[in-house]
Design a protein around this ligand. Sequence first.
Ligand code: GLA
Length: 628
Amino acid sequence: MKRTIITLAILLLCRLALAQGISVETAKFRVGDNPAWASPSFNDTSWDVLRLDTDWNAQGIDNDNAYGWYRLHVVIPSSLKGRDSDKILLALGTIDDADETFLNGVLVGKTDGYDSPRRYIVDRKLVRWDKENVIAVRVYNGDPPGGFYGKPAWITLVSGPYILTPPAPATPRYNGPAVFGVRPGSPVIFRLAFSGEKPMRYAVEGLPDGVVLDSEKGVLSGSVKEEGDYPLVLKARNAKGSASASFTLKVGSRIALTPPMGWNSWNCWGTSVSQKKVMESAMALVSSGLADYGYSYVNVDDAWEAAERNPDGTIGTNENFPDMKGLGDWLHGNGLKFGIYSSPGDRTCGGYLGSLGHEKEDAEVWNSWGVDYLKYDWCGYSKVYGASSDHSVAALLRPYIKMQQYLREQPRDIFYSLCQYGMGNVWEWGAFVDANSWRTTVDITDTWESVRSIGFEQQDGLHPYSGPGHWNDPDMLVVGKVGWSDNLRDSRLTPDEQYSHISLWALLAANMLIGCDLSRIDDFTLNLLCNNEVNAINQDVLGRQAHKDIEEDGIEIWSRELSDGGIAIGIFNLNEAPVPVYLGGAIGKIDLEADSVRDLWRQKDIPTDATYTVPSHGVLLVKMKTSK
Ligand code: GLA
């Protein structure tokens, strides 16, 4: 009954939302190809008129293996202007095949593939406010059907970067996880994650024998022999005040009690990574304050490997990584952890040396460098698998079990990250090969289509498989400057899409590995990654991954239960238009007669009996608490 109420509310409000953009249903059309047709002043009065929701063949145009041009005439009102940093979205629906799109004569987008939705975000300066604008689209079509189809074009405002996270207080504040797991005798590497004015002095009550604190850096090191839960009080003091936090050091068989947080080189540098670039990002992890929010892994992805193995079969680095041990020592000295990458095949995805036949030597070399995390990427192993007639799940497990044995023989904890894109429902067996996380999908990229497919579609239903010690991994973050090469660009996700991305990854208890150049991180990205209340959802000790409660009219509601009895709820708007959502009655199975509902991005309590506008591709992330 309650669910019906909220469903109706969303439906009604969706219709209201249509006023916030412009829908274009028809366009002028001509078969042929002429660069002059891009110009806004070209006279197209003699052209045909075609609908944009139906392909050209269905409208009597026989034009295959050839070009055709659409010209959309649209007055864009200054009410859509927004702020200087805002942009305009041209959502052109689906086009078959390739297109080049011009706004008032300027090329603003180009897509070579076919059947994919075209979404071009353009500078406001190109718009002629309150006057006619011409969107000219040159379409090449191979086989029928051709041209625009699916739905009308849609033009709307996209927010520029806007910061929601309130500034952190100058006084110390603990932002890290409440637990840390380590095996008996393994090195403890843990940095106390307190934000606040520096310098800061740290203290810890209840430290077991064998563990020491660097009270200036706030770094715990050493090891504990005896299994057990050691309750500690973490403390920090600066010129402005002091703070303390309860914490449990759990010495036992399980590590990774909360999802890993840190950085990985791949989404940023791809194979152009070097030790210098990794160090720059590692240093920025500390200087930017990210380490004060619990980001602690610094993971080198592919492309560190030497061209050939050493005569004794061990693996070395290429010239871009002159001193792996030095890198590991620097990281550990700062309470950070060191990650590396390899493949169970003879070659990695980037074509570098893999571990096949050298698993033991490699695990030993990594231990000598102080490695704390291994991403083990299937890639080259497909040759071995393909050559065998055994394609059972056991065959998928085999290479991962092998490396797991050697990792466990090392005298340190090595987070074991499986990367085989979800084959054989890895989430069903990842924990049995002692993995701490497993990639559930193909590689992410910095587009909404990718985040939507990987995050919203492919994680649905995977929540039973995730928990403390073993996490579903929907791949690394695509915020900040990314590029998979030396050519970095700002993430192509809009700011609202980035809020959704981080909110969803927090709800999903996903690995939070930043994939951008940290030495050039901007304020927007930093605030996105350093919201302590949002990160607390990801790091919640109960470790319950969110499940999808509602999917209706482009609104998805995901929720997860938290260790303090609260519930975190993400209300995501997957539509192209903003949608007002009434937070009354109930959301899914969740009773909203709560004592408090808190907007986690803005960090303030909000009334339930009110309507909130969720931006296009954006989110309202709340935490509901009841004292009942
Ligand atoms: C695969 C992985 C990526 C990255 C590259 C490295 O594509 O999925 O995350 O590690 O290999 O070559």
